[in-house]
Design a protein around this ligand. Structure first.
Ligand code: TRP
Length: 466
């Protein structure tokens, strides 16, 4: 049953790619939920959340993160999808259209621009880590983890990231697949990939939690994650927690705004966004519960950094019954989760170039991919030939991650909060969130709590740094 006339026309024309009108539309509410959840759930949940939780001392950081998701992330995700859906264009023009509606400067389109560029920057390092995950499908599948010691598994990971050629090749494979799907029109493959892979990933994570319970260090892992000790926070922990709320919910990278622009009016924003936020948070917490007991059982360092899951989980796969199969499936599903996120990082730029410059999706996709590939070399080399080229102790990879997650995304989040809370007319936002209670609560959060929260985190960070 079609509820939306535009959607039905475009969907019919869109069987294999883009509709003639140039705009893609989700066929159902479910399609959007799946695509947006696919965007949110990714390496951020399974790779990044555990390693930054480890680096920032555990429980207190997790608590800060949960606050950031609830009070800043969820209201902003509603705001971002709302801007896309109401603006009905790629991010810069969606912002421009709404600025016009509200009678303010069209320079608000800058927020959309920053989103598109941020997606581009993020993808350049995201695909490198996704490449590690893809290469581990083969490492796990050949049984290489079986019976290996923690040191041997650490050496395997070191060997992989230390090899600039291999990691460039794996990253390029990810980029090629991502671009092929984006060029073809994101809708088709995405629905299927997300419906099969996401539940699979969840089941495997639960299997890993089950294994973690047998290590004898489960309680230690739970304690590490949920017993807040604020003295363990470092100076930038609060900023990192905020940044990760943005990263994990795919906020301020243009993706959710672009996906929102393909969304029909009949979908309840509040409920949909809440579903996505809860799922995203659950996956991250479950990943942590699987990983930290293994860390403690094997005397590993929780603050080991970006290699954490690539060292801890293979130890589990090497020891558990059927570990070869479980490991193989795990890295396949992790790669899919990364892919559905990578797609949402690339789509904004392609959507923008097709809409604004009139390029075909093939041309727009190829150009975007070429740019991203060149930039990705900087992240590849951060783990080998450029590992000693650092700025304030941070490699190119670290700098890119830190600048985007901790500064650029929260800043553009602040701008989106001000825009939807203070600039857009109340009657406009009310049309997007017709449920009176939801609108009142959202508007209170987005006007007062969200911006003040972001500013407080920034002031704290500037205070501790300078
Ligand atoms: N949320 C994804 C993850 O956790 C990454 C991601 C996809 C993203 N699209 C984004 C991050 C847009 C920021 C902005 O893996």
């Amino acid at each position: 049953m079609q509820k939306n006339a535009t959607a039905s026309i475009n969907t019919a024309a869109n069987a294999g790619g883009m509709p003639a009108a140039g705009r893609l539309n989700w066929s159902t509410r479910m399609a959007f939920i799946l695509a947006a959840t696919g965007s949110a759930v990714g390496l951020g949940n399974i790779w990044k959340f555990p390693y930054i939780t480890g680096e920032n001392g555990g429980g207190a950081f997790v608590l800060l993160y949960l606050f950031c998701i609830a009070l800043i992330g969820i209201p902003l995700l509603i705001a971002e999808v709302m801007i896309g859906r109401r603006g009905k264009h790629s991010p810069p023009d969606a912002m421009k259209a709404l600025a016009k509606e509200a009678g303010v400067s069209r320079h608000w389109s800058l927020v959309g621009w920053v989103g598109v560029i941020t997606g581009f920057l993020l993808l350049s390092f995201y695909l490198v880590v996704a490449g590690w995950a893809v290469s581990y499908i083969f490492t796990a599948g050949t049984g290489a983890f079986h019976g290996a010691s923690g040191d041997e598994i650490g050496a395997m990971f070191g060997g992989l990231v230390g090899d600039p050629v291999a990691t460039t090749v794996w990253g390029s494979v990810v980029l090629l697949i991502t671009s092929a799907i984006v060029i073809k029109g994101v809708k088709q493959g995405l629905e299927r990939a997300v419906t099969t892979m996401m539940p699979g990933l969840l089941v495997l994570l639960l299997v890993l939690v089950g294994y973690a319970m047998t290590t004898g260090h489960f309680a230690e892992g739970v304690n590490f994650m949920f017993n807040p000790d604020f003295s363990k926070l470092t100076g930038t922990s609060v900023l990192v927690a905020l940044g990760h709320a943005f990263f994990s919910l795919s906020l301020a990278g243009g993706g959710m705004m672009t996906y929102g622009s393909y969304l029909g009016k009949d979908v309840s924003l509040g409920k949909t966004v809440l579903t996505i936020g809860v799922l995203d948070t659950l996956v991250a917490l479950i990943a942590g519960l699987a990983i930290f007991p293994i860390v403690f059982a094997n005397n590993l360092e929780p603050g080991a950094g970006p290699g954490l899951i690539f060292v801890t989980l293979p130890i589990a796969f090497g020891q558990m019954p059927m570990g070869q199969v479980v490991g193989l499936l795990f890295f396949i599903m992790l790669s899919f989760a990364a892919l559905t996120s990578a797609i949402s990082l690339m789509e904004p730029a392609v959507s923008f170039l097709t809409e604004k410059k009139g390029y075909s999706r093939l041309k727009a996709g190829s150009m975007t991919a070429a740019g991203i590939w060149v930039l990705s070399l900087g992240s590849v080399f951060s783990f080998n030939i450029w590992q000693d080229h650092t700025l304030y102790g941070k490699t190119f990879f670290d700098v890119l991650d830190y600048l985007t997650s901790s500064w650029i995304m929260p800043l553009s989040g602040l701008a989106m909060a001000v825009f939807t809370g203070w600039v857009m007319k109340k009657t406009s936002t009310k049309e997007e969130l017709p449920n009176g209670m939801t609108h009142t609560l959202w508007r209170f959060l987005i006007r007062y709590i969200t911006p003040v929260g972001i500013l407080a985190v920034f002031l704290n960070a500037i205070g501790v740094m300078g």
